[in-house]
Design a protein. Structure first.
Length: 454
């Protein structure tokens, strides 16, 4: 099994993003974020709105990421902690020098010295002042994945990806002046992203375009409302981060705001490149003999297929609920409009309808099995792609914790008994067996030698 060495790591680079919602390292991600974005000479404001200690706003201005992280430690978990995305006028530090105190004045847009960050804030729809449920967070995750795949496909650089506590952040680098044109560019980009990707249950916040915008400080606890069993407080976390943030260009912002993209002609969408062979949902429904009615794509680009009877409730009208697919990214979705189906996402719908998305479902003849199982590159990365095709709907890689997760009927759980490794071995074994049926002798020998499990 020497051929598997590195293969799982290769798959980790192409599997969907997952949320690490229980960090064992409080505030470590805060330092990671601050050191990523901070330049020499930067000053940023920390703000804690309506904090119970002061019955008003608490704030401070900091010229050091380490001093900032140290100062918020005693506030973490007692209030929602925010910071200015962009660096501000260094003179403002005289208001409260590297410490947090009661404040009447906060940073206005005119005191921002440059735009260095673009925030894409994905939030689930819910009443204000309360935390999101796990189901609502999952709805926001679908919008996040679709928006991220689209922006990557159009040539945008890699962002910092974070779970904000109740939704998700995509944080991109910028290098723009703080002027009216930059404001128009950022606003236009956010408006267009929300138009394209908002769903029936989540949206992209279009109000966060102003220069002095504050955002939740990643790594801290988000404590909206009282905590309940369903609406729990979560610690915000970095899911994935590049070594440095390459800035989005003015031209890329302009193209997005105009409703166009900058992807070179002929390139497939990024999500499809990352998961080759993802099947069309309409084919899955037809193979399962499920009657459906196709709906026009929604604002998030998801084409919905309403089934005759919803599997989660016995009342209601025909063709009221169903499953969907973003035909650009390939991502699946599921939605029920009745209380009995609240929180039922794609995995629950897939199980209830008996849909088969795995690679084996593509095969109709033995010759096709041999051709497709040996179609992947003879590399560790090729084995990783094969594993994703065979078992991609059963396993995921958690980038935050560096661990594999498996779908356990109703939730993702850690792989504690080595099942992922067994699946990887089985994938290589299937490749070896398929090689024996190839007609080209040289190709047959090469495939068998590479896939030999001995």
């Amino acid at each position: 099994m020497g051929r598997l060495r590195g293969g799982l790591g290769s798959l980790a680079r192409v599997t969907p993003l997952l949320v690490n919602e229980h960090s064992p390292r409080p505030l470590e991600d805060t330092l990671r974020l601050l050191h990523l974005i901070w330049r020499e000479g930067d000053v940023r404001e920390v703000r804690i709105p309506a904090h119970q200690r002061y019955r008003g706003v608490a704030a401070g201005w900091f010229d050091s990421p380490d001093k900032l992280a140290e100062a918020i430690t005693e506030w973490d978990g007692f209030g929602n902690i925010f910071f200015t995305l962009n660096p501000v006028n260094p003179d403002l530090i005289a208001r409260s020098n590297n410490r947090i105190t009661r404040q009447r004045d906060t940073t206005p847009d005119g005191e921002v010295i440059r735009r260095s960050l673009l925030l894409i804030d994905i939030d689930p729809d819910r009443p204000s002042g309360i935390s999101s449920t796990d189901a609502e967070l999952a709805e926001a995750r679908q919008v996040r994945d679709a928006a991220l795949a689209f922006l990557t496909d159009t040539g945008w650089p890699e962002p910092l990806v974070a779970m904000s506590g109740n939704g998700f952040y995509l944080l991109y680098g910028l290098d723009l002046p703080n002027d009216a044109e930059s404001t128009r560019l950022v606003k236009g980009a956010l408006d267009e992203l929300n138009r394209r990707f908002k769903s029936q249950a989540a949206h992209i916040d279009t109000s966060v375009y102003n220069a002095a915008r504050i955002a939740g400080l990643i790594g801290t606890m988000k404590v909206k409302g009282d905590q309940t069993a369903e609406r729990r407080h979560r610690r915000s976390e970095i899911i994935r981060s590049p070594e440095h943030l390459e800035p989005v260009t003015r031209e890329q912002l302009l193209a997005l705001g105009r409703g166009t993209d900058t992807k070179p002609a002929g390139e497939p969408p990024a999500a499809i490149r990352a998961t080759p062979g993802r099947r069309l949902l309409v084919d899955l429904l037809r193979e399962a003999g499920i009657e459906y009615r196709e709906q026009p794509p929604d604002a998030a680009g998801v084409t919905w297929y309403h089934v005759r009877r919803c599997p989660f409730h016995g009342d209601g009208r025909d063709f009221e609920c169903g499953v969907g697919q973003n035909l650009s990214s390939g991502a699946y979705a599921g939605h029920c409009f009745h209380p009995e189906g609240a929180g039922k996402g794609w995995q629950e719908w897939k199980a209830a309808l008996g849909l088969r998305t795995g690679f084996a479902a593509l095969i109709s003849t033995p010759a096709q099995v041999r051709r497709r199982l040996t179609d992947f590159p003879r590399t560790d990365s090729g084995n990783a792609e094969l594993l994703a095709q065979l078992y991609g709907d059963r396993l995921r890689y958690d980038h935050g914790r560096g661990r594999w997760l498996l779908w356990r009927e109703t939730k993702w759980a850690e792989d504690k008994d080595g099942e992922v490794h067994r699946l990887a071995k089985e994938a290589v074994r299937q490749r070896f067996l398929a090689a024996s049926g190839l007609e080209d002798p040289e190709e047959k020998q090469a495939q068998a030698k590479f896939a030999n499990p001995e």
